[in-house]
Ligand binder design. Sequence first.
Ligand SMILES: [Zn+2]
Length: 93
Amino acid sequence: MRFLEGDVEIGAEAVLTWDGGRVQRLSAPFLRAQCPCENCRLAPLRLEPAMFPGLRLERAQPVGRYALLLGFSDGHASGAYSFDLLQSFPDKA
Ligand SMILES: [Zn+2]
């Protein structure tokens, strides 16, 4: 799927190909643990990728011109991941 600054393929991981040529492969459990939504940020427990075994990405939808809204197979879909946040992650996680 094409978005403003690149392309994304989703499944067990998100493969983000930025227009500058950078490619990131980020697993669904990693992204889920990094969810920037208010509920996750305010959760009493820090979220860890190990809490989401077998999780998959089911949806990636552009939000305006600055973020991707990611939906996961556990039904959680309220995190808008800004391009800045996504690019702050490692190339592989
Ligand atoms: Zn969340």
